[in-house]
Ligand binder design. Structure first.
Ligand code: S3P
Length: 170
């Protein structure tokens, strides 16, 4: 019996949006990691990266994961780098379905440019396309550990949430 869905994937792959729709459809709670960390820290992810650095942010992700590891009937939407600490998945893996939302570098950048409010510190570089390619190549071996991979290109979030709900039922 699946008690948790974990949405993984690169920045701007739609984890939060699909997570919200799926949680509503299932009547489960959504735990959006970035949003939770920002609320608890009372500062933005960009500020955390700027003042404390990426390692400190990764420790906050690890700490949150350990605190929620016994929660059931939850959809988890961690940030795109969460899977680079694969031991975190072990905390929440039992009775979970892990879903990789696949997205192309081009779509990542288009969406990121359209979301002026949510700054991704890792994309604030001279050549973001090259950086997305580099990070994706490094992270794909982690994302490939998911139980299910869904190609999200050209599909709307509702459609993807429905597909995940259908896979849970089957
Ligand atoms: C990150 C992804 C971001 C956020 C932070 C780092 C990453 O979340 O956690 O900027 O390392 O890929 P999203 O995947 O929701 O953009």
């Amino acid at each position: 019996m699946i008690e948790r869905v974990i949405l993984i994937g690169f920045m701007c792959s739609g984890k939060s949006t699909v997570g919200r729709l799926l949680a509503d459809e299932l009547g489960w709670e959504l735990i959006d990691f970035d949003e939770t960390i920002e609320r608890e820290q009372k500062r933005s992810i960009a500020e955390i990266f700027r003042s404390d650095g990426e390692d400190a942010f990764r420790r906050l992700e690890a700490d949150l994961t350990k605190r929620i590891e016994n929660r059931s009937r939850v959809v988890l939407a961690p940030g795109g780098g969460w899977m680079t600490q694969p031991e975190l998945l072990e905390h929440v893996a039992p009775r979970s379905l892990t879903v990789w939302l696949r997205v192309s570098p081009k779509t990542v950048l288009e969406r990121h440019e359209g979301q002026k409010g949510t700054l991704r510190p890792l994309l604030a570089v001279m050549d973001p396309l090259e950086e997305v390619g580099r990070l994706l190549a490094a992270r794909e071996p982690y994302y490939e550990r998911a139980d299910v991979a869904i190609d999200t290109e050209g599909r709307d979030a509702e459609d993807i949430a429905n597909e995940i709900a259908a896979r849970m039922a089957s």
